[in-house]
Design a protein around this ligand. Structure first.
Ligand code: S3P
Length: 176
């Protein structure tokens, strides 16, 4: 049987992984980690600077290393960067110890949520909505491999948190 010690939130930028993850962690009395924050702390610079100085390929290497280190986590909610599960090794690794829940939203909703934020290098494009559509279409087959897909459209954060916790409690054996 698969050991589910942790909860991993995957999904596109702007689907609420960090906000939902922090609230879920508080309610479950789990610790909360965010893979982007772990990478930023390790490198001593922002994601934007890492992309600018070292490039996306290097950033993906940092992501890969962080995911491996999280294998030994217990009672942890892990919010992941939006592109992390496009690497099947990362997905497989998370699934060995975590229930993987994908937060979903349409490109238009994502754009509404992220349009006033500037910290996402992949959206620094002349047509960010087209970029969101393109990336989401590429990644959808990966996101669909999550254990559970939670649609965040037209739902309050409270409802989303409630649903995520319900799914986790149904899958998790507290004695494990
Ligand atoms: C990325 C998403 C970002 C961050 C980086 C790349 C992506 O994380 O990891 O900018 O490839 O979708 P969030 O999903 O937390 O914004």
């Amino acid at each position: 049987m698969r050991a589910i010690h942790n909860l991993a939130l995957v999904g596109f930028m702007g689907t609420g992984k960090s906000s939902v993850g922090q609230l879920v962690a508080a309610q479950l009395h789990f610790q909360f980690v965010d893979t982007d924050e772990l990478i930023e702390r390790r490198c001593g610079k922002s994601i934007t600077s890492i992309f600018a100085d070292a490039g996306e390929a290097k950033f993906r290497e940092y992501e890969r290393a962080v995911v491996e280190e999280l294998n030994s986590s217990r009672k942890t909610v892990i919010a992941t960067g939006g592109g992390l599960v496009a690497n099947p090794e990362n997905f497989a690794s998370l699934k060995t110890h975590a229930l993987v829940i994908c937060l979903w939203a349409s490109p238009e909703t994502i754009w509404e949520r992220v349009r006033h934020q500037a910290h996402r290098p992949l959206l620094q494009s002349p047509d960010p909505l087209a970029k969101i559509r393109e990336l989401l279409a590429q990644r959808e087959p990966y996101y669909r491999q999550a254990d559970v897909l939670v649609n965040t459209e037209m739902r309050s954060i409270k409802e989303i948190v409630h649903q995520v916790i319900h799914q986790f409690r149904s899958a998790h054996d507290p004695s494990s």
